[in-house]
Design a protein around this ligand. Structure first.
Ligand code: NOJ
Length: 544
């Protein structure tokens, strides 16, 4: 297992809470994951990324970490995590764990110590504590807004305020302080010593702040928006809470640690940077290995738009020699079966907020085509759990069950991200659909219609999404090289060639497309009609 796997792997994202529940408490866990490793091997993925499994009060589903070097009891134990890593390796599957370095949980012992310490003390300096503004310090130190809504500052008993770019339960670390560097280096080593193969870095561009903490002029107060990769104008200067020069030094430190291990270790950064050049600066040879391609995820269902994103991705990544990644969904965005079934097929944070009518049959056809597109491109491809089953977004969860902090912090205007986090359906005719032992009540309810989308039902159906993913993943290693060339194609169609005469065609419409003369179809996302490729269909073909 020593090749540079991170240049080409198909990587499956597990959101532990919702993947599989071994003990029947309604929340997924490590026992559940271990029971499904054979499923993942048969699916054909090469690595797993596990969303946080650490000790956490779960204010943001584990992205609020109270102990970076232990497992939350709701998921299991450290010993089970070690066994999981070993078992995955035995199946030839690498393991990437989630690292959350921008903030911790307010329950973290160092934050608790900071609360008890006096203003100006070394314990407070590990975070961003500041006096307030206004006559009595009653106003926040600046006008920054939390990504979940409301001010990014909360006041503590002695009158100081602390910074949290997400929930108040997620205080931001002060990366100006060397102890923070030392502690994260120790956490990296802790997990590398246990054999993990990589780290997914949460909000990777946010760690360093402009220490002057300046105000940012903004048009109106409200829920702060993460920059939208398709819509946002490229900022001339990044906002003072992200993409500061100092953040690159952190990744250089981390890269040295990763490179000091005998096995191939890789980082993947969560970077919502709308500027592709600033994005790839994180992927320089001595920094992170890869970053999630959110421009691809956010792209409208349109041939020209996809062509532009693919061109931009390949060109900018080539400058730094980093492999591209291709991402369609994750635990933060509406599932793409639903997105592609809407009249507005883009991902934007605005559209994520509410339910929008979707034609799921259309969305599923397009999602099948998108699978062959994303798995057909050179680089790493990510598969978010349930995407291989064609799960749609659950748009009608009862409000009283919504657990995402966005719901509360937005004053109940943003329903948040729970609709893509509904526990997976594995088998059977009714909830919990094998998510847990019989009688399990999943932490979010599964729609009854998911009986047709269980892994078991789909495994038996050669036409299912699962069968398509299995076949595509099984054939993907044939295209492991990095070669890529566009082929001439009619308007509305993307066609590109990979290794050994293999080509991928995707028809975005409006007309059926001709296949290259003399080619043979290796795999198609839907039935071909009269030898041509229907609209919203993709195919991998072997050229003569
Ligand atoms: C990005 C994660 O993907 C998201 O789920 C989380 O809420 C924020 N970072 C804060 O950690």
């Amino acid at each position: 297992m020593s090749d540079k796997w991170w240049r080409h792997a198909a990587i499956y994202q597990i959101y532990p809470r919702s993947f599989a529940d071994g003990d029947g408490d309604g929340i997924g866990d490590l026992a559940g994951i271990r029971s499904k490793l054979a499923y993942l091997r048969d699916l054909g993925i090469e690595a797993l990324w596990l969303s946080p499994w650490y000790v956490s009060p779960m204010a943001d589903a584990g992205y609020d970490v109270a102990d970076y070097r232990d497992i939350d009891p709701v998921f299991g134990t450290l010993a089970e995590a070690e066994e999981l890593i070993a078992e995955a390796h035995a199946y030839g599957i690498r393991v990437i764990v989630d690292l959350v370095p921008n903030h911790c949980s307010s329950a973290h012992p160092w934050f608790q110590a900071a609360l008890k310490a006096r203003p100006g003390s070394p314990d407070r300096d590990l975070f961003w504590f500041r006096p307030g503004r206004g006559e009595h310090g009653e106003l926040p130190p600046n006008d920054w807004m939390s990504n979940f809504g409301g001010p990014a500052w909360t006041r503590v008993a002695d009158g100081e305020w602390y910074l949290h770019m997400f929930d108040p339960e997620q205080p931001d670390w002060n990366w100006e302080n060397p102890r923070v560097h030392e502690d994260f280096a120790a956490t990296l080593r802790f997990w590398l010593d246990r054999g993990v193969d990589g780290f997914r870095v949460d909000v990777a561009d946010n760690l360093v702040k402009d220490p002057a903490l300046p105000d940012v002029p903004r048009p109106a107060a409200g829920v702060a928006q993460l920059p939208d990769p398709t819509d946002a104008p490229v900022p001339k200067k990044p906002e003072p809470w992200r993409d500061q020069e100092g953040v690159h030094e952190i990744y250089r430190e981390w890269r040295k640690i990763a490179d000091s291990y005998p096995h191939e270790v890789a980082f993947v950064g969560e970077l919502w940077d709308p500027d592709p050049i600033r994005f790839t600066r994180y992927l320089r040879p001595d920094e992170l290995h890869t970053g999630f391609n959110f421009a691809f995820l956010s792209c409208a269902w349109d041939a020209d738009a996809f062509r532009a994103v693919i061109d931009e991705t390949l060109t900018t990544h080539a400058i730094v020699g980093a492999p591209p990644t291709w991402v369609l969904s994750n635990h933060d965005v509406n599932r793409h079966v639903t997105r592609y079934g809407r009249s507005d097929t883009r991902h934007t944070w605005e559209l994520t907020k509410e339910s929008h009518p979707a034609d799921l049959a259309l969305g599923t056809r397009r999602a099948r085509a998108a699978a062959l597109l994303s798995l057909g491109l050179p680089g790493c491809a990510y598969v978010y759990q349930g995407e291989e089953l064609g799960l749609p977004e659950v748009q009608d969860l009862p409000e009283e069950l919504l657990a995402d902090p966005r719901w509360k912090r937005s004053g109940h205007t943003d329903r948040g991200r729970d609709g893509c986090r509904v526990p997976l359906p594995w088998s059977g005719e009714e909830p919990p659909f094998g998510f847990g032992p019989p009688g399990t009540k999943p932490w979010l309810p599964q729609p009854a219609s998911w009986r047709a989308l269980t892994a078991q039902a789909e495994a038996e159906d050669p036409e299912s999404m699962l069968s398509l993913y299995r076949e595509a993943l099984a054939r993907r290693p044939e295209q492991r090289g990095e070669a890529f060339a566009w082929r001439p194609s009619q308007p509305g169609v993307l066609a590109f060639e990979r290794e050994a005469g293999l080509a991928c065609l995707v028809n975005f419409g409006p007309d059926p497309a001709d296949l290259p003369p003399g080619s043979t179809v290796v795999l198609a996302s839907g039935p071909l009609t009269g030898g041509s490729l229907p609209v919203d269909t993709a195919a991998w073909v072997r050229l003569p």
